[in-house]
Every structure is written in structure tokens, then in C-alpha cells.
Design a protein around this ligand. Structure first.
Ligand code: URA
Length: 209
């Protein structure tokens, strides 16, 4: 898989435009995020290994394709990751689910872990880490560090928007982790927001602030 894939499907881009608009309501934002997650889930699973199993249709036996190996692990990077997670789970209901919670230490500015719970046998699963915004990349890199420490060997990172700075940081820290995104935006601003972006994804999906 390429290191960076931008999903330029017209439906994804159309929905993303609606999400970016500042007057889009919380309810619409959430609904659009759910819809876009389904489309991104389709793309992120495109290269999963497939094997065949012997089944019987009403007409005859056949060797039919099926996804190989253990169930996928979806890992949400809290809290905004949960918005992407819900939609993906609709498409992949048997996936196992983990959560990584990180906050930024105000003095060191380094991400600090406050929650970590992931499925067993991570080393045998494809792990899809989800966070809508790849901004500085600090929390994504730290979350993937933790997943690898827990045994993950095959990680894919899925986001809605990425900044060039975040992509570079991920490429340096985790060159083996492909990134799938709906858009590579222009830059980060001085406050670490993605520009043009869509604002604070967590606030917009949960109606906080
Ligand atoms: N997190 C967000 O929610 N938005 C940004 O633009 C950057 C990080």
C-alpha cells in the first residue's frame, strides 16, 4: 500500500465539503461523518488479504472468497476517533475494538497516555487506527508507538484530514504505516489547527465548546 492515499471519490469530497462549512449543524456533521466513514472503510480495507472457503450455494459447491486471518482491530484515538469508529463498525461489525486516550502535557507538550485498552492478539490482526485529524502528528505517532509496544505489526492509519506536517512526522516515525485520508490540506496554523480544515473535529461532532 502507498504511504499516503487520498480518497478522491466524488461522494467523499462532496460530504467533506459539507462538513467543512462552518454553519453545518452538529446533527448534520455527525451524520456526514458516519456516511463518510463507511466510504473510507471501503477504501481502507481494499487490500486486506483474501482466501477462499468451500461453501454450497443452492445450485452447487464453490470456493468462495472470504477475508483471511483474525478479525480486524479498530482502534479509536479518543475522543474524536469515536466519530469515525461508529461508521466503520457498521460496515465491519465483527471487528474488535480498542481505545487509546492521550492528553497533551502543558509543560512538556508531549502526549501522555490516560487510557489504553486494545484487543488480544494484536500481532495477528490488521489494526486500523482512526483519528479524524492528522494535525501535528504527535498524538498519532504516540498512539501508534503504544500499539506497536502492545504487539501490533500491521497498522493502517485512517483520518479525514491530514496536514503536510502531520504526514511528514508520521512518515519519519512510522514509515511502515500507510495513511488513508479524504484530504491533504494546505498547512497547520500557529495553534496547530489544520487549514482550511473544519475546525475542532471533537467539538463539531459532540457539540461542545
Ligand atoms: N484537531 C482538530 O480537531 N482540528 C484541527 O484542525 C487540528 C487538530
Amino acid at each position: 500500500m502507498k504511504h499516503l492515499t487520498v480518497v478522491d471519490h466524488p461522494l467523499v469530497q462532496h460530504k467533506l465539503t459539507l462538513m467543512r462549512e462552518k454553519d453545518t449543524s452538529t446533527a448534520s456533521f455527525r451524520q456526514l461523518l458516519r456516511e463518510i466513514s463507511l466510504l473510507l472503510a471501503y477504501e481502507v480495507t481494499r487490500e486486506l488479504p483474501v482466501t477462499t472457503k468451500q461453501i454450497e450455494t443452492p445450485l452447487c459447491p464453490m470456493a468462495a472468497p472470504t477475508i483471511e486471518g483474525k478479525k480486524l482491530a479498530l482502534v479509536s484515538i479518543l475522543r474524536a476517533g469515536n466519530g469515525l469508529l461508529d461508521g466503520i463498525l457498521e460496515l465491519i461489525p465483527a471487528a474488535r475494538v480498542g481505545f487509546v486516550g492521550l492528553y497533551r502535557d502543558e509543560e512538556t507538550l508531549e502526549p501522555v497516555q490516560y487510557y489504553f485498552k486494545v484487543p488480544k492478539n494484536l500481532e495477528d490482526r490488521t489494526v486500523i487506527a482512526v483519528d479524524p485529524m492528522l494535525a501535528t502528528g504527535n498524538s498519532s505517532v504516540a498512539a501508534i508507538d503504544l500499539l506497536k509496544q502492545a504487539g501490533a505489526k500491521n497498522v493502517i492509519f485512517l483520518c479525514l484530514l491530514a496536514s503536510p506536517e502531520g504526514v511528514k512526522r508520521m512518515e519519519e516515525a512510522h514509515p511502515d504505516v500507510p495513511i488513508i485520508t479524504a484530504s491533504l490540506d494546505e498547512k497547520l496554523n500557529e495553534k496547530g489547527y489544520i487549514v482550511p480544515g473544519l475546525g475542532d473535529a471533537g467539538d463539531r461532532m459532540f457539540g461542545t465548546k
